[in-house]
Design a protein around this ligand. Structure first.
Ligand SMILES: [Zn+2]
Length: 399
């Protein structure tokens, strides 16, 4: 196989360019075999083998035996000594944190509930303390922390890093989240909408792998969608692309907290489902509703099916605009499986253009409740410059 990189220039610059391509792929996929690296970089297996050996000797990657389709293979990951990143998912009711190595492997994690209308200052103080605890737990220091990614359950302006739709997470409005957290943890911080990062995670490591475009639909207390085109999150001009929860599906419906009327979220979100059951079932939480539906409670199953149908109407509109190859469904409601997915598929295909209907795949999330957290780790890794720029690293030519 002919190597395709850098047809001009010296042998040294060709080798450097090929090292950079291999490192980019290891960084992108986290853990990848040498055979997969050859495919992804279009370099010959021999070249990949030589460069991986150099990177191993320089302490930049680790290798380990593994298998692919029953065959022995060599898995390549980035070495922990390159540094760590933190992933943080700040939800409406809970907080998840993780520290990961440069290959995106989670080394330690924390999960705790948050008050209903939690505030940014106390939330960020807690994040800072928990990151220190987790660093201690794995014997690492703040100096090893290269960056942090924050997934927030609200639209985020990608230019300012602030919530760009006031009212969705009131305690976080007008807060420069990245700047405030950087001051607390001492490393660069990037912030994005959790559903965007969920889409990124599913696309890189989950049920969206190999598809393009991918839509990730999250249905929990809120309803949102993230769009990934050509491996890049599509955020729109102001950061609100994919806000399917605030598509009005009933112009005469109730007022939404965003200020509009009849938004999908007020018609089919958790609050609407729980309200529909209040007279007969009392004050349920969303997990209660899901448990009852899984246990066969007829009314609980009905409100979930009705929600799926309403969501399907809005999802079909999104499909007609984006024309996705695959829709990955995550969030709390995805836990009920086909009870939610079957009516969602049915209504989405009913209202989607016939030409695209047979090809759209609607599949459950592979990463489940960790989707946004894993996405925050991916976002952090994408944003940091690993020592993989190879400056100052001495290579011994092993070819
Ligand atoms: Zn709304």
């Amino acid at each position: 196989m002919a190597d395709t990189a850098t047809p001009f220039g010296s042998q040294t610059s060709l080798r450097e360019a090929n090292r950079a391509r291999i490192l980019d792929m290891v960084k992108k996929f986290g853990a990848i075999t040498q055979v997969e690296l050859a495919d992804a970089t279009r370099l010959s297996p021999g070249t990949v083998s030589v460069i991986v050996k150099e990177l191993l000797e320089a302490g930049i990657v680790n290798t380990a035996p593994t298998s692919r389709s029953g065959r022995r293979a060599v898995q390549v990951t980035l070495a922990r000594r390159l540094g760590l990143v933190a992933g943080i998912h700040i939800g409406r009711r809970d907080l998840k944190l993780a520290l990961a190595n440069p290959s995106g492997e989670i080394l330690v994690r924390q999960h705790l509930p948050l008050a209903k209308e939690h505030r940014a200052d106390t939330g960020l103080d807690r994040v800072s303390l928990l990151i220190s605890d987790m660093l201690d737990h794995i014997g690492a220091t703040h100096e090893e922390l290269l960056g942090a990614g924050v997934a927030l359950d609200a639209p985020v302006d990608s230019h300012t890093g602030m919530v760009c739709s006031p009212g969705l997470m009131r305690g976080w409005d007008q807060v420069p989240i990245a700047e405030s957290l950087t001051k607390r943890v001492g490393c660069p911080v990037v912030v994005d909408n959790g559903v965007n990062l969920g889409a990124l995670a599913e696309c890189r490591l989950g049920a969206g792998v190999g598809a393009n475009p991918v839509v990730y639909l999250s249905t929990s207390y809120g309803i949102g969608a993230g769009i990934v085109l050509d491996d890049v999150v599509f955020r729109g001009f102001s950061g609100t692309a994919g806000e399917i929860g605030h598509v009005s599906i009933d112009p005469d419906g109730p007022i939404c907290y965003c200020g509009n009327r009849g938004c999908l979220e007020v018609v089919a979100g958790a609050s609407a489902m729980l309200e529909a059951l209040r007279l007969t079932h009392g004050n349920l939480s969303l997990p209660d509703l899901i448990e009852q539906a899984l246990a066969g409670d007829v009314a609980s199953r009905r409100v979930i099916e009705d929600a799926a149908r309403n969501i399907g109407v809005a999802l079909a509109a999104l499909c007609n605009i984006i024309d996705p190859q695959r829709i990955v469904v995550g969030g709390e409601l995805a836990r009920v499986g086909d009870l939610f997915l079957a009516p969602l598929r049915s209504v989405t295909s009913r209202f989607t253009l016939p030409s695209s209907t047979p090809t759209i795949e609607i599949v459950p999330s592979a990463l489940g409740q960790d989707c946004e957290l894993v996405g925050a780790v991916c976002h952090a890794l994408d944003s940091v410059t690993l020592p993989g720029n190879l400056e100052g690293v001495v290579f011994h030519d092993v070819s």
